[in-house]
Every structure is written in structure tokens, then in C-alpha cells.
Ligand binder design. Structure first.
Ligand code: DAT
Ligand code: MG
Length: 148
């Protein structure tokens, strides 16, 4: 079992897609182990996107992600990191496959509504960054009907 960090970005919140996005992860069979909404600080946003700090789009990305509320989530399940990335779709909404979140709702690269960790190390770092208080440890009764 893995846990991944997923975040509805300010454009997803502004467009009223919080429920739609959370619903897709719930219906897939992932287990919610962290959920909150915050307006990210510049420090947190800069740490989160530190790998992109030398890219030309970085200043705009930081301004965008700190511009309003985001929804921070932690989802747990088998191969949760890859499963979440599959649900999310390609970075550019115009190229993302139909059926994915970005493919169904997005038309842009920067305004792509959602973030998902891309590997085990980044998930661990991002979960610690956004949920320093820790995650919820609970048994979900449907688990025995999600996995054989
Ligand atoms: P992803 O969010 O699919 O993991 P990424 O890690 O490569 O994509 O980039 C992080 C975010 O930065 C991405 O969601 C949108 C923005 N971004 C990436 N490449 C960009 C570009 N060429 N122009 C503008 N924004 C970009
Ligand atoms: Mg990424």
C-alpha cells in the first residue's frame, strides 16, 4: 500500500471542481487519509515546486498556486501514486486523454487543476510538507470489496 499527495489547485477550486475531483478518487477505491483546504504560503509553494525553480514558468507557477485556496489530500491504496497520476492525466489538458481529470476539464498547461506526486520519494516529501500534523490511520470497511 502507498500513499500519494494530491492537490486541487486554485483554478480547480475557482471552477467548482472540488467535489467532482474528490468523487473520482473515492469512486476509484482509494482511501482518504488526509484532507484540508489552505491558502498556501510562498515558502510551502516554493518547496513543493523546488524541482522547477530554474524553469521560466516557476515565478508564475508560485504566484498561481498561492493565489487562493487549494485542497490538500492524501490518498492511500495499492500503487496509489501511479493510479492517481492515471486518473489525473497528462500535464497539458489539451493533450490529456478523455476520461482523465485534465482531459475532461482542462484546456491549459499551467491551469491544469490538480497535482499528484510522481514517485515514492516525492510523495513522502510532499506529504510531510503539506501534512506535518500527520495523516489519518483508519480501517475502511469497503476495502475488502475493493481488493480480492
Ligand atoms: P505535472 O503536474 O503533470 O506533474 P510537472 O511536474 O512537469 O507536471 O510541472 C508542474 C506544474 O508546472 C504543472 O502542473 C504545470 C506547470 N508547468 C509545467 N510545465 C509548464 C510549462 N512548460 N509552462 C507553464 N507551466 C508549466
Ligand atoms: Mg510534477
Amino acid at each position: 500500500m502507498e500513499t500519494t499527495y494530491v492537490m486541487v489547485k486554485p483554478d480547480g477550486v475557482q471552477r467548482g471542481l472540488i467535489g467532482e475531483i474528490i468523487g473520482r478518487f473515492e469512486r476509484k477505491g482509494l482511501k482518504l487519509v488526509g484532507l484540508k483546504s489552505v491558502v498556501p504560503s510562498k515558502e510551502t509553494a516554493e518547496s513543493h515546486y523546488a524541482v522547477h525553480s530554474e524553469r521560466p514558468f516557476y515565478p508564475g507557477l508560485i504566484e498561481f498556486v498561492t493565489s487562493g485556496p487549494v485542497v490538500c489530500m492524501a490518498w492511500n491504496g495499492k500503487d496509489a501514486i501511479a493510479v492517481a497520476r492515471t486518473l489525473i492525466g497528462a500535464t497539458n489538458g489539451r493533450e490529456a486523454a478523455p476520461g482523465t481529470i485534465r482531459g475532461d476539464f482542462g484546456m491549459d498547461m499551467g491551469f491544469n487543476m490538480i497535482h499528484g506526486s510522481d514517485a515514492a520519494e516525492t510523495a513522502e516529501f510532499e506529504l510531510g510538507l503539506w501534512f506535518p500534523e500527520g495523516l489519518m490511520d483508519w480501517e475502511q470497511t469497503i476495502t475488502s470489496w475493493v481488493y480480492e
